[in-house]
Structures are given as C-alpha cells and as structure tokens.
Write a protein that binds this ligand. Structure first.
Ligand code: AMP
Length: 544
C-alpha cells in the first residue's frame, strides 16, 4: 500500500525561500578586519535572486557548475543560496589546493562560471588560463580590471552585475535527487575525487545538524563558521542556518588566533566550528591574552581527532563545551557526534565525549576486518569503518560515467579508510587512518593516541606522529612537535609520556619544529612530514 502523503521534493529552493522570508531578520555578519558588515536573511534572499538572474543571463542553466573561489563571507553565502536554488550546481573550490589539483578539479567539474573574491584574484589569475570550461568570472569585493581575461573568458564585477538585476527570481521546482553542490576530497594521494550532494541529501543533512543530538543549531544561535565553505560545505552550517534562522558570523580571510579572538569579542557567537589546529592556536592565544568566551554555548571540533587535553582546557579554563564530531567530505560531512548518554557522571561522560561520537539514525555503520569480514559492534573488534545512508555518497562524480575508485565502495557501503571500533550503543572510536597506523614489531600503535598524549603536555603547542622505517621493528613512531620556547625538552616529554602510554610504544625519535605542516583544510599533513623525513630535512633527536 502506498502512503497518502504528498510527494513534495526536498529542495534547496524551498529552503532558501523559507529561510529568507520567515527568518528574514537573522543575519550574515562578515568580519572586515577592523569590524564587520552585516546583511540580514531578507537581504540575502534579494541578493540570491539578483545573483541567480545574473547567472541565468550569463548562460548558466540547469545542472551547470558554478565555482566559488572565496573566503567565508556574505557573497559566498549568496552563492550558497542562489546556485542550488536555481537548479545549477555549486562547486566550492578549495583555494589552498596545489595548483595542479585546483586546475584538475575545475576542469573535471567543468565549471562554467567562477565567483572569485577580490583578495584572491592574484592567486586565481595563475589558474585561469588553464581552466578550459570557464566562460565568465565574477570578481566580488574587488576590481575586475585586476584580472586579465584569457580569450573566450569575460570578467565582470560581481557588485555591478547584481545591481543591474531584479531582486526577484521565480525559483524552479527541482528534482530532489538532482545535484545541488560539489566538493572534491582534499586528495593526499592521487587526483582529488568529486562528491556531488543532492537537494535531498543536503536537506536531510541540514535537519541532522539542527537536531539536539547533532549540533543543536537553532534560531537563538550566532554561528561562527570558521571551517571553510570549501571544506565539506562548511560542515553543513550554512544551509542548516537557513533552516532554523540561525545567524552566521563569517571570518572572511581573518583566520589567525588573534582576529578570531577579536571576532569572538565583537560578535559574541554562541556556537563555532573548526578543525583542532584552529582551536589549539586559539587556546594558546587566549592563555596569553585572556578574554571571556563564555558566550559560546558549544564549539564543534572535527576533521581530525580532538585531543582530550584541548577539550578539557576549553571547558575548565574558559567554560566552553567542546563537542567532538566525525565526518568526511563523502558523508556531507556529519557522521557522528559525541554527546554522552543521559545521566552519566563526569568521568563516564568524558569517556564518551572523547570518542568520535554516536551515529544518528540515518547513518548506518559497521566494522569490517580485511580477512574476517563484518565484525560485531562490541566496542572491541577493530577494523575499517564502513557507512551508508541518505547523505553518504554512493560513488565519485565522473563526467563520462566511468567508475572512479570503485575500491572505496563495498556492496553499497562507503569504505571510509578509517580504522576503529563501535560500541553496542553506537559510539565510534577511531584508532587511526589505515595508512597512518604504525606497525611496530607486529603490534599496532595509534599515531592519534600518541599525538593526544604528547599534546596533553602544557608546553606542547602542536604534535603530529608518523611511522618511520626501523630495522628492528619495521616501523617506529616519530614525533614532530612545536613546543613553547624553553618549556620542555624531548627527554622530559618522553618521561611525561612514559606515564601515559605502554612503555614499548614510547617514541625514540623526536623532531622539534617551528610549525607542523598542515593540509589545505588545516589538518596535520602527514604526507608532507614523511617527505621531510625522507629528504633528511628534519632535525631528529634519538633516544635508545
Ligand atoms: P575530509 O574529507 O577532508 O573532511 O577528511 C575526512 C577524514 O578526516 C576522515 O576520514 C577521518 O580520517 C578524518 N576525521 C574527520 N573527523 C575526525 C575525528 N573527529 N577524529 C579523527 N579523524 C577525523
């Protein structure tokens, strides 16, 4: 028997219309370095209509890709609103990709128009001559004359083009399964791979972001979206904000600890999201320049494991709750969120909060052992984490239908490449990325556990651990750490670690550096660290 329910498509056009009318007073605040500029959601609706009209006039039709090469700001949010709602596909280009990768993804996605921030024009100018499908570039917050157009490409002023258009647009009815937006994985090995989110997946994911078990976003929130809009759709915050009328605070290009602290002081957000390295940097800044940040009801940390020491520092020193979450570009990205079960005492609750989190109803997960197959969720069996659900990708985008990396999928499940275990009550604990686990004398050492242990020392600002070849044990850990000047020596750190990890796991090799290399989305770049090690570019202290 079929239901009697209406078959209304879950469309981002409906979401945009809803958010910009019923929540028209919510705000998009963009930091300018010395203050902020603000539009409300009503104005966001008008601007989105103008942008959609302009894009249509430039020839953008259904399913055409519109790239963005932008910081988190009101203009980027306008593209988030307009492009999917008009039936085109928003492709958020990662401004920090290696040049060859950036060119690859824009050509692979066949971006027809790109919207570029004025401050990023010098960088974009290097790529534009190689972008074979781009016909129009809109320069926002900058001078279009500063960008030389190759033959066949027209460069426009975003503001002038929008000013000439009507602030009304007849948003179409869109098939909920159609692509709304695209992100490419940051691709540490091989070419980046494209994930195309649907209207339906983004709608459902937005609802999950807003649930109390998710990020609990509501109309009472001012959300500081530090996670870039090109990193897994800023973890779904922009569309979730439209769904509940949460205001957005956008840092634009001001991502260092000091300006983030200024934004916190001036805009008093209630919620914020970023990778651990950002929080680690902010923590050290705040410890030297204390300020009240108790207006933050919660901050979400994901993208890499949140060190427990970081979570405790924010809660105990600043009264701010750190919420640990796990996800991937391929999972939209929200996979699991570490809210403890009700009624637990502090220590038990913390044990749950350290995990990568509990899966929601829409994300099924299992542990698979390479040899023995699917394992029980008993909190002990360790293997690769596989997931499936309505906002998990089923394949990678391929312009010609040829399958890209089918080995990443297993009978309808996405293979995450993460190794971990799941408890009977659905909490995920990651041991490591499969390629980062250190295989020492037939035993495994989790690089993440060692990193967390090293970073729990107050004198350590950052620490990454990689496995390096060892004659006797095959592989041993190498710690690459940034320490506060004069605070601690590698020898003292080893003694400190001896109380925290099994003796046989104690790293013999240590490199003290001024900065741990980071990826384009701010995670520790272990590939680069391996290169530095391989080239003999690290100054290593060795213990017997
Ligand atoms: P990306 O697609 O760039 O967001 O990277 C996704 C990968 O980041 C995952 O497969 C994990 O390896 C890692 N990751 C994301 N969240 C966490 C977390 N909370 N703890 C540990 N690793 C994480």
């Amino acid at each position: 028997m079929l239901s009697t329910m209406q078959d209304e498509p879950l469309s981002l056009a409906t979401l945009l219309r809803y958010g910009t009318t019923f929540h028209s007073t919510a705000e998009v605040v963009t930091w300018t370095g010395a203050g902020s500029r603000t539009i409300n959601f009503g104005e966001l609706g008008s601007q989105s209509a103008r942008l959609a009209n302009a894009l249509r006039r430039l020839g953008v039709g259904e399913s055409d890709r519109v790239g963005t090469f932008m910081w988190n700001n009101a203009e980027h949010m306008t593209a988030y609103g307009a492009v999917p709602a008009m039936g085109a596909v928003l492709h958020t280009l990662n401004i920090r990709l290696f040049p060859a990768q950036l060119v690859f993804v824009a050509n692979h996605a066949e971006d027809k128009v790109v919207i570029v921030d004025g401050t990023l024009v010098p960088l974009f100018a290097k790529y534009l001559p190689e972008l074979t499908t781009v016909r129009h570039v809109l320069v926002a917050n900058g001078d279009p004359a500063s960008l030389e157009a190759p033959a066949g490409v027209e460069v426009h002023s975003y503001e002038e083009v929008l000013a000439a258009e009507s602030d009304e647009y007849d948003w179409p009815v869109i098939d909920e399964r159609a692509a709304a937006a695209m992100c490419y994985t940051s691709g540490t090995t091989g070419d980046p791979k494209g994930v195309a989110y649907s209207h339906r997946s983004m709608w459902l994911h937005s609802m999950q972001v807003c649930t109390t078990n998710g990020m609990n976003l509501s109309g009472a929130d001012r959300t500081l979206a530090i996670v870039p809009m090109f990193h897994a759709m800023s973890w779904g915050l922009p569309h979730a904000a439209l769904m509940v009328g949460a205001s957005l605070v956008m840092p634009d290009r001001f991502l260092q600890p000091e300006p983030i602290a200024q934004i916190l002081a001036a805009e008093k957000p209630t919620f914020a999201a970023a990778v651990p390295t950002i929080w680690q940097g902010l923590l050290h800044h705040l410890d030297e320049h204390p300020q009240d940040i108790s207006h933050l009801r919660e901050v979400v940390v994901g993208g890499s494991a949140a060190p427990p020491s970081l979570m405790h520092a924010f809660e105990e020193r600043y009264g701010v709750k750190v919420l640990h979450a796990w996800g991937m570009t391929e999972t939209s990205p929200l996979g699991s969120v570490a809210r403890p079960p009700a009624g637990l005492e502090s220590e038990q609750a913390w044990a749950y909060r350290y995990t990568q989190g509990r899966f929601p109803a829409s994300v099924q997960a299992r542990i698979v052992d390479e040899v023995e197959g699917v394992q029980p969720n008993d909190g002990e069996a360790v293997g690769e984490v596989e997931v499936r659900g309505p906002w998990i990708t089923a394949s990678y985008y391929s312009p010609d239908g040829a399958q890209i990396d089918p080995s990443k999928f297993d009978d309808g499940w996405l293979r995450t490449g993460d190794v971990g275990k799941i408890t009977p009550d659905g909490y995920l604990t990651l041991v490591d990325r499969s390629k980062d686990i250190i295989k020492s004398g037939g035993e495994w050492i989790s690089s993440v556990d060692l990193e967390n242990a090293v970073m729990s020392h107050k004198g350590v600002a950052e620490a990454a651990v990689i496995g390096v070849p060892d004659d006797k044990w095959d592989e041993r850990p190498l710690v690459v750490a940034v320490i506060e000047e004069g605070s601690v020596t590698p020898e003292q750190l080893r003694e400190f670690l001896d109380e925290k990890v099994a003796h046989w796991q104690l790293p013999e090799r240590w490199a003290i550096v001024s900065e741990v290399p980071k990826t384009s989305v701010g995670k520790f770049d272990k590939k680069r660290i391996r290169e530095l090690y391989g080239n003999g570019e690290l100054d290593i202290v060795t213990f017997d």
